[in-house]
Design a binder for this molecule. Structure first.
Ligand code: HEC
Length: 137
């Protein structure tokens, strides 16, 4: 039941209308208009791009973040704030730590992210654009 509810929430989030300003690459990646190559930990098969949009699992807007429990909010305050993540010591992200988490699945305190968070292979420009987008909201 809880699983079905979670899936329904994900489906709703995935279908929430969201548009990006023209030329906002970070936003386009976040909502899946500009797909990134991704796979799951311990599994090198490419995931279908419909499953790898950040907005599928992370709240679409900061306001929605409070109610979306599946994945942590990706906002300025959540990423830059010094906070305990996954039981590790207090840590915060910077652009380099954010890109490392996307690529290697390790947070700034060295804690490994759950398998549900895909591993991405963004270019430097894609990662920088994504970082700008999530820290601007
Ligand atoms: C299929 C679901 C899913 C997708 C798609 C997804 N994530 Fe995640 N993400 C998660 C989960 C679940 C966690 C929490 C992992 C944990 O706590 O161990 C997470 C954690 C994170 C974290 C760590 C946050 C923190 O506070 O430490 C970052 C950063 C992140 N995701 C970025 C992204 C970005 C950027 C995208 C899109 C390019 C994305 N995620 C797509 C599920 C997903």
């Amino acid at each position: 039941m809880a699983g079905a509810l979670a899936l329904a929430c994900l489906a709703l989030a995935a279908h929430a209308q969201q548009t990006c300003r023209p030329g906002d690459l970070g936003c386009a990646i976040f909502i899946g208009e500009h797909p990134l190559h991704a796979h799951l930990r311990d599994d090198n098969r490419a995931l279908p791009s419909s499953t790898t949009r950040c907005v599928n699992c992370h709240a679409a807007t900061p306001d929605a973040a409070a109610s979306a429990a599946f994945a942590p909010p990706l906002t300025h305050d959540a990423l830059l704030g010094e906070t305990r993540r996954r039981g590790g010591p207090p840590s915060h992200y910077d652009a380099a730590a954010f890109c490392r988490a996307l690529e290697n699945g390790v947070d700034p305190a060295g804690v490994i992210l759950r398998k549900a968070m895909p591993r991405y292979q963004p270019s430097d420009a894609e990662c920088a654009a994504l970082w700008r987008f999530v820290t601007s909201r």
